[in-house]
Design a protein around this ligand. Structure first.
Ligand SMILES: CC(C)(COP(=O)(O)OP(=O)(O)OC[C@H]1O[C@@H](n2cnc3c(N)ncnc32)[C@H](O)[C@@H]1OP(=O)(O)O)[C@@H](O)C(=O)NCCC(=O)NCCS
Length: 118
């Protein structure tokens, strides 16, 4: 898939000389909301607080750039990601059945989660 987005964040490991985490956001929402379209940490770098660090940096930047909220979709069984999002302040606002129906997931439902910035 080739796509265009507004903001890309990544974490670069200077010892391993490679990108270890990344996030893609778009600001297409007219109410000054940001959509976190993609967020992930390389498997070998997980469980070390990197996801928390990257997401916290994104939230700080979103505040400074006067955005009102950040929203995202997450698979209902992605307990780790949901736990991380809730830890930094996101809340579940909608349950969306069949959101991932185009992908081979056993239960294709999602939560929409939102973090209000001000
Ligand atoms: C989700 C993901 C980004 C987390 O990255 P990470 O660097 O391992 O996360 P961190 O080490 O910073 O934070 C872990 C936090 O997740 C939460 N968490 C971890 N395991 C959990 C579990 N089993 N249940 C609930 N929450 C959990 C906790 O809040 C934890 O924080 P704590 O250690 O202070 O308690 C990473 O697992 C990943 O890339 N997964 C695959 C891609 C993905 O699912 N992306 C999200 C798509 S919406």
């Amino acid at each position: 898939m080739i796509n265009i987005s507004d903001h890309v964040f990544f974490a670069y490991d200077q010892i391993q000389h490679r990108c270890v985490a990344g996030a893609i956001l778009s600001n297409s929402n007219p109410k000054r909301g940001l959509y976190l379209a993609l967020f992930g940490v390389r498997k070998s770098s997980q469980h070390r607080g990197l996801g928390t660090k990257l997401l916290t940096a994104i939230i700080q930047w979103a505040y400074q750039t006067r955005n009102r909220f950040i929203y995202l979709h997450v698979h209902v069984k992605n307990f780790k990601a949901i736990g991380l999002y809730e830890k930094v302040g996101f809340r579940k606002v909608e349950y969306i059945p069949d959101y991932y129906s185009q992908t081979p997931k056993d239960k294709p439902d999602a939560f929409r989660m939102t973090l209000i910035l001000r």
